[in-house]
Design a protein around this ligand. Sequence first.
Ligand SMILES: [Zn+2]
Ligand SMILES: [Zn+2]
Ligand SMILES: [Zn+2]
Length: 391
Amino acid sequence: MTTSTDHSAIRITWIGVIANLLLTLLKLVVGVIGKSSALIADAAHSLSDLLTDAVALWALKVSQQPKDQNHPYGHGKFESMGTLIISSILFITGVGIAWQSLQKIDNPVTPDISTLWAALISIVVKEWMYHATVRVGKRTNSQVLIANAWHHRSDAISSVAAFIGIGLSQFGYPVMDPVTGVLVALIIIKMSITLSFSSARELTDTQPEEEVNEKVDKILQNIEEVVNYHEIRARKMGPYLLVDLHIQVDSAMSVSAAHQVAQRVQLDVLKKVPIIHEVLVHVDAEEDTELVNPKLMRSQKEIEREILDRLQNFNEIDQISHILCHFLNNQLTVQITINLNPDMTIRSAYKIAEKIQERVNGIEDVEDVDVHLELSREHKFQDLKFHLPQT
Ligand SMILES: [Zn+2]
Ligand SMILES: [Zn+2]
Ligand SMILES: [Zn+2]
């Protein structure tokens, strides 16, 4: 969005706020003096619009604030909280207005003709607001503004109802004024229930209605290294979505390679689904199992030390360059890479490997031993070298 379209969007929103404020005052004053339940109900409707606009503007500001220490997930939930509070106020207002109008049905009075004029002004202003807002909304391609515009039009319809009710009461059906008052109050109640449901859904982390899972599905299916995936979860944070998911990668992949796949998933999702603002990718090496084998839960450093211990005084081994533990299929396989004397024959290297397997296999939790020969003299994992005490 450029600054100028941003500007016109904010300006039309503020014009809407001011129009609602003036209409509320006009209809309330004229409604009370002219004794029209329908017009008072319509004034309450405009007041509730004013409140929701105020919360929307406030929430927009707060939820755009960057994360801080107290709100590490951002400030998006403030919008839902604000909406929930406002919708409760609306509900009470709606019930109050409906109750007041019902009281007057038994004993209706014909409202003053000025109330009819006030309703007409409200219709004209609201219909004009609809056209003005929808124009800016279409130009700036803003869904929020277009939704706002339609809200203005539904307000115009509420004023049309008040207008008809007051009009009929002028023609000798005074009961139509409070009846219309009840109808308009029901519109306010319905609005409050819809709002409170949507904010409650957001506050309780209900799976959002947006079709995010399908979109994320498609992205994951197109990344070759993702063998499988599960547990795609999304939750709403104000206007944004937070997503977390599990991917399964080749079990022999290194941690850094798996992290690279996770990063690609993350970047792709953020790029292709703009409503998602954060992605957390958990990497699995195999299908998740429920059970945790307590026997396989000891420290890998401890396993390394035990292996080194068993390979002591093994003079044929020049050096051990890597020891890797693989915890797959509920068992432990250790992969040991060694340097040998370059003049040695491959046949004798096999013999040494067998001896290593024999010794290391004796370790209780080791199911399988995989011996590899290191053929690069210098490589980047210098710090991983294990020096065997030679005798
Ligand atoms: Zn998993
Ligand atoms: Zn990371
Ligand atoms: Zn190596």
